[in-house]
Each structure stands twice: as structure tokens, then as C-alpha cells.
Write a protein that binds this ligand. Structure first.
Ligand SMILES: *Cc1c(COP(=O)(O)O)cnc(C)c1O
Length: 353
């Protein structure tokens, strides 16, 4: 006897796929350290915390700080234990078992994972060779398949491609279903619809602090109109965001210029990494323009390169057998990566080079 649901049969714990040593350009984390002054503020507030009390169930203060940073009213903001928690919540409470959800592919690997756990039927829109999809095509497929939800990341993980805000709003306004736009990487681009989302009946924007320097505290947000926000708050577990996370998130979001400077450093690193990688572009290796905090390239040798880099102590992500996703690192990390990459190519890990 197994005692548990069939749907768990093939599941394994999430494996970030990295070793402890070496340089890590594989998880889309920020390389910018939190300034000492902010660490001290957080430390002081944590030491004054009433550890015996439950945290604020709605995270009012951290939602205010988030709203002030992104220019949305805090009443439209629901915090979560990372945006991953919010994704599971969306599938589990806004949809019902057997409902169809439209996903694009490739996109964030956790969407089909959480969708399957909620027994949602995925409908996939395959992206074209440029790793893009057409808004009208998506709208037509969503209608034809009568999906109850559309979910995609913009800019996209793992492609680093983005679709303009006007196209996203066209999708939202053309469809009679929920449209969830995961803007985990929108800090590194400028086509957000976060301010428009609460004015729509059917739109939810997801955000996270994980990519801008706070992956360790697990803090994400859903932004949506009053009605949708009320459902999420009613359905979530009451104390989903712990007190330490609320304190740290509030303190960091209040330091607007510190966050903005970190984002600028990350964008500069991403652009430098892209430029450096372009010199390897040739038949069989394509470097995609980058909107997120990482650069994606396509080569049939992606798995071999991934292995060869790993053996030199450089971790990057290999996606779907033909994409390599390299997170923008500190300048010296990028340099070490490029050196290792050049060595791997020279050694012949790039068969068609
Ligand atoms: C990293 C990532 C997330 C997860 O964010 P957490 O807040 O760390 O759970 C969500 N969506 C996309 C597209 C991501 O790449």
C-alpha cells in the first residue's frame, strides 16, 4: 500500500542541480550584497521582535512598502511565501480539478509542476524559433480551448525574451478568463502592467523579491483587483509570510535608491555578459537578446557545455537539451565564466564550432 495519490508517483524533491563550490550563475539570484546599513536596520528590528506572537496575517506593512515601491495601492497587494506559493494558490483555489490552463513553452518549469498537483489540464502554446509567441495566436488558442487561466512569465524564464505591455494588455482585455502575468524579472525591463492589473477584472500580476537580492527570505506578491485579492487572502494559509521575512522585506523595499542601484548593477552585468557571449555566436550557437537578469543561448551542445563548465566549477542552467541560461554575476564572476566558456569551446565541447 502506498497511501498517497497517484499523481505523486513520479515526483522528486526540487534539485537546484549545483554543488557548493565554484561560481553559481545558475539560479538567477542577485550578486549584489545587501548594504551593511540595511543589515543593521533589519538586525535591530529583528532583535526587538515579539517572537512569541504570530505575524500580521495580511502583511500590511510590507504590502505598503511594496505598493510604494511599485506605485500600486497596498489594498491590491497580497504577499506570499515566495511567488511560488502564490502560483500554487492560484492553481488550487481559483481553478478546479480538470480546468484547462494555457501555458507557453518554454517557460518557468514550476507552472506545469504546480498545475499537475492541482490536477489542472495544461494546454501548451509552443514558442517559435525566436523563442517568442504571438499575442493573437495565444488569444485564439485560449478561446478555442476554453481555458480558465492563462499564465506566462514576462520577461520569460528561461528565454530572457519579453513581450511589450501593449500586447500583454491586449491578451488580458481580449480574453474572458484569468490572465496571470509573472513579472518576476520585470525589474530588469520596463514593460510592466503592474499598475494596470488592479483596473482589470481578470488580471493578476505576480512579483518576487528573489531576483533583486532577497531570494533567501522567500517573499513574493500578487497584485490584483479587490475581488481577486479578497479571494487570495481568504484562501491562503493565515500566517504564510513569517515575521522575519516581513521585517526584512519592508526594510529593503523602503530603501528605494538601494534597490534601484542593485537593479542597475545587475542590468549592466547582464549587458556586459551578453556582449561577451556574442563573440562566440556562430553557426550553431545563437545568443538571445536579454531582458531579464540572465543571458540565454541556444546550441545543440548545451548539455556538453553545461557538463564541461561544471567540471571547471562554473554552474549554469541547461534547459531542454539546447538552451543554456547564464545568470548575470559580479564582474569577476562573469570574467571567470567567459574564460571557462572559451576554454570549453576550445576543448571541443562545442562540436559544431
Ligand atoms: C524565480 C521565479 C519565480 C519564483 O519566485 P520565488 O518568489 O522565489 O518563489 C517565479 N516565477 C519565475 C518566472 C521565476 O523565474
Amino acid at each position: 500500500m502506498n497511501f498517497v495519490s497517484e499523481k505523486l508517483a513520479c515526483l522528486r524533491p526540487y534539485d537546484p542541480g549545483t554543488s557548493a563550490d565554484g561560481i553559481h550563475l545558475d539560479a538567477n539570484e542577485s550578486f549584489v550584497p545587501l548594504p551593511d546599513s540595511l543589515r543593521e536596520v533589519i538586525g535591530r528590528r529583528v532583535s526587538a521582535l515579539a517572537f512569541n506572537r504570530y505575524p500580521d496575517p495580511l502583511g500590511a506593512a510590507v504590502s505598503e512598502a511594496f505598493g510604494a515601491y511599485y506605485g500600486v495601492d497596498a489594498r491590491f497587494v497580497t504577499p506570499g511565501n515566495g511567488s511560488d506559493e502564490l502560483i500554487t494558490l492560484l492553481f488550487n483555489v481559483l481553478l478546479e480539478k480538470g480546468d484547462r490552463a494555457l501555458l507557453v513553452t518554454p517557460d518557468f518549469s514550476m507552472y506545469p509542476h504546480y498545475g499537475a498537483l492541482a490536477e489542472i489540464e495544461p494546454v501548451f502554446l509552443q514558442k517559435d524559433h525566436a523563442l517568442r509567441f504571438d499575442a493573437d495566436e495565444l488569444i485564439a488558442l485560449a478561446r478555442a480551448e476554453q481555458v480558465r487561466m492563462v499564465l506566462f512569465s514576462n520577461p520569460c524564464n528561461p528565454t530572457s525574451q519579453g513581450i511589450p505591455a501593449a500586447d500583454v494588455l491586449k491578451i488580458v482585455d481580449s480574453l474572458n478568463c484569468l490572465v496571470v502575468v509573472d513579472e518576476a524579472y520585470m525589474d530588469f525591463w520596463d514593460e510592466s502592467i503592474i499598475r494596470e492589473a488592479p483596473m482589470r477584472e481578470n488580471c493578476i500580476v505576480l512579483k518576487t523579491l528573489s531576483k533583486i537580492g532577497l531570494a533567501g527570505i522567500r517573499l513574493g506578491f500578487a497584485v490584483a483587483n479587490d475581488r481577486l485579492s479578497a479571494y487570495l487572502r481568504a484562501a491562503k494559509s493565515p500566517y504564510n509570510v513569517n515575521a522575519l521575512t516581513q521585517i526584512a522585506g519592508e526594510a529593503v523595499l523602503a530603501e528605494k535608491s538601494t534597490l534601484q542601484s542593485a537593479v542597475a548593477q545587475i542590468c549592466a552585468s547582464r549587458d556586459a555578459l551578453y556582449t561577451a557571449l556574442l563573440s562566440f555566436a556562430q553557426n550553431g550557437l545563437h545568443v538571445f537578446s536579454a531582458r531579464a537578469n540572465f543571458v540565454t543561448l541556444r546550441t545543440p551542445d548545451a548539455p556538453a557545455l553545461h557538463q564541461a563548465l561544471q567540471s571547471r566549477g562554473v554552474s549554469v542552467r541547461c534547459v531542454g537539451g539546447e538552451l543554456l541560461r547564464i545568470t548575470a554575476g559580479a564582474p569577476e564572476e562573469n570574467q571567470l565564466f567567459i574564460q571557462a566558456f572559451a576554454a570549453c569551446v576550445k576543448e571541443g565541447a562545442l562540436a559544431c564550432g
